[in-house]
Design a protein around this ligand. Structure first.
Ligand code: T4K
Length: 402
C-alpha cells in the first residue's frame, strides 16, 4: 500500500503528497446521470423552469411522505428557509441557538434584527444542553433553535417540554439530518417546524436547496406565501414576502438524488465503519459514533483530537493531512460567537461557552461520500496513525522548520 511508514516519508518533509487527487470533505453525491438528463430535457421541452413547477411539487410530496409530515415546502436554500420560517413563527427579541453550528443559523436571526443568544452544548452529543438553554431564557426570549449537529438528534423531548412550559416556539435546524430518525420518528417531524439543507455538500443535494417541514397547516400556508413574494394568486399580495423558490433543475436533481438515497447511505455507512475499524485503539483520537438503532445518513466523519494524549494538535494534524491532499475541515471552528458581528456584540460570550470553545479547538471532519473509497480511507487513517504515533517528534520537527 502506498502509505507513509515513518515520519520522514510524510509529504510535509518530502513535498510529495500520497495522492495526486485531492480528497475533499463535502464532495457531492450524484445519482443516475441519465435519469437527471432525461428530467433536464423534459424541463426544457415543457419550458417550465421555476415557480412551483411539476418537479418541485413532486419532490415536496416525496419528502413529506418519507418524513411522515403533512407539509414540505421546498426552498432555494436552507438559510432563506430558516429566515422565512423564523418570520412565519413570529420570532422577535432573543432566540436561543448553539454557537457550535454553521454561521447560517445565527445569521438567519440577525439578518432580521433578532438577537441570537448563544448557548453551550453537551460535549457528549455536540448539541444544545437543555439545562443551559433554560438558564439563558429572559423576558425577551421568543424561541429556541436546536441544531441536529452531524445528523445526530438534539435533546428533542427536553427541548419540547421546556418550550411548552415557557411558552416558546421551537424550531430545528436539520440541515445535516435528512433521512435520520429519533426514537423511530424521522427528523423533520419535531418542534413547530424543521429546516433541511440540500446544498451540494450535503449527502442529499439539489445543487442549492432546502426545505421546511411541519405539521402546522397555518404555518405551512403562510410560508408558501412568504417564499413567493406574498402572492396569493395573480395580482394579490397578502404578506410581505421574499423569493425563496426552488427551481425545476434543483428539484430534478433532488428527485434523482432521492432515487439514489439508499445507495448513498450504504456507501456512507461502509465508509464510517471502515474509518471506525482503521482508527480503533488510537489513543487521543475519538471518532464520533452514530446510533445503531436509528436511521442515520453517516454524512460526517468527525474526529476529536485530544492533544494532551496525541502530542499533536488538531491544527497540526490538519496541516499534515492537507500536505497529503486530504482536505480535512475544522467544522465548526472557531464557533459562531467568535465570528462577526457576534464577536463584537458579545465579546465575553466565550465565558458562557466552555464546552463549545473546547470542542471547536479539537474537532475535525474527514472526507466521505461516494467519491471516497475504502483504499482512500486506509491511506487517510495510516497518515493519522503515523502523525499521532509520532506526535511529539513530528511537532518538534514542524516547529524547527518554522
Ligand atoms: N445550518 C447548518 C447547520 C448548516 O451546516 C448549513 C450549511 C446551513 C444551515 C445552511 O444551509 P444552506 O443555506 O447552504 O443550504 C459548506 C456549505 O456551503 C454549507 O451549505 C454547509 N452548511 C457547510 C457546513 O459547509 P463551506 O463554506 O465550508 O463551503 P466550501 O465552499 O468550503 O465547500 C466545502 C467543501 O465541499 C470543500 O471541501 C469543497 C467541497 N465542494 C463544495 C462544493 C460547493 C465540492 O467538492 N463540490 C462543490 O460543488 O460551507
Amino acid at each position: 500500500m502506498d502509505v507513509r511508514n515513518n515520519i520522514e516519508e510524510l509529504a510535509v518533509f518530502t513535498g510529495e503528497p500520497f495522492s495526486a487527487e485531492k480528497l475533499f470533505v463535502g464532495r457531492p453525491n450524484i445519482g443516475n446521470r441519465d435519469r437527471f438528463m432525461e428530467r433536464m430535457n423534459d424541463i426544457l421541452d415543457r419550458r417550465w423552469l421555476t415557480n412551483n413547477g411539476q418537479y418541485v411539487q413532486e419532490l415536496e410530496c416525496r419528502i413529506a411522505e418519507l418524513i411522515g409530515v403533512k407539509h414540505c415546502i421546498a426552498m432555494c436554500n436552507a438559510t432563506i428557509a430558516l429566515e422565512i420560517v423564523i418570520r412565519g413563527l413570529g420570532l422577535t427579541g432573543e432566540v436561543i441557538v448553539p454557537s457550535f453550528t454553521f454561521v447560517a443559523t445565527p445569521h438567519s436571526l440577525q439578518w432580521q434584527q433578532i438577537t441570537p443568544v448563544f448557548c453551550d452544548i453537551d460535549p457528549r452529543t455536540h448539541n444544545l444542553d437543555p439545562q443551559r438553554v433554560e438558564e439563558m431564557i429572559t423576558p425577551r426570549t421568543t424561541g429556541i433553535i436546536g441544531v441536529h449537529v452531524w445528523g445526530r438528534p438534539c435533546a428533542v423531548e427536553e427541548l419540547t417540554e421546556l418550550a411548552e412550559r415557557r411558552g416558546l416556539k421551537l424550531l430545528f435546524d436539520a440541515a445535516h439530518a435528512f433521512a435520520c430518525s429519533h426514537n423511530g420518528s424521522m427528523i423533520g417531524s419535531f418542534g413547530d417546524a424543521e429546516v433541511f439543507s440540500f446544498h451540494a455538500t450535503k449527502f442529499f443535494n439539489t445543487f442549492e436547496g432546502g426545505a421546511v417541514t411541519t405539521n402546522n397547516d397555518e404555518l405551512a400556508a403562510q410560508i408558501r406565501l412568504m417564499k413567493n413574494f406574498g402572492f396569493a394568486g395573480y395580482d394579490n399580495v397578502d404578506y410581505i414576502g421574499t423569493n425563496g423558490k426552488m427551481t425545476e433543475v434543483s428539484a430534478a436533481m433532488g428527485l434523482t438524488s432521492l432515487e439514489a438515497l439508499d445507495g448513498f447511505i450504504d456507501v456512507n455507512r461502509r465508509n464510517y465503519l471502515h474509518y471506525r475499524q482503521a482508527l480503533a485503539g488510537l489513543s487521543g483520537v475519538r471518532l464520533l459514533v452514530y446510533s445503531e438503532t436509528e436511521k442515520c445518513n453517516y454524512q460526517y466523519i468527525v474526529l476529536e483530537i485530544d492533544e494532551t494524549v496525541t502530542g499533536i494538535g488538531r491544527d497540526q494534524l490538519i496541516d499534515v493531512l492537507h500536505a497529503e491532499n486530504v482536505l480535512a475541515r475544522r467544522y465548526f471552528y472557531p464557533g459562531c460567537h467568535q465570528m462577526e458581528p457576534y464577536r463584537s456584540h458579545f465579546p465575553h460570550a466565550r465565558l458562557l461557552l466552555p464546552n463549545t470553545e473546547q470542542l471547536a479547538s479539537r474537532v475535525m471532519s474527514l472526507p466521505t461520500g461516494t467519491s471516497v473509497t475504502p483504499d482512500n480511507i486506509d491511506k487517510i487513517c495510516a497518515i493519522i496513525r503515523l502523525s499521532v504515533t509520532h506526535g511529539a517528534e513530528l511537532m518538534k520537527r514542524l516547529d524547527s522548520r518554522g
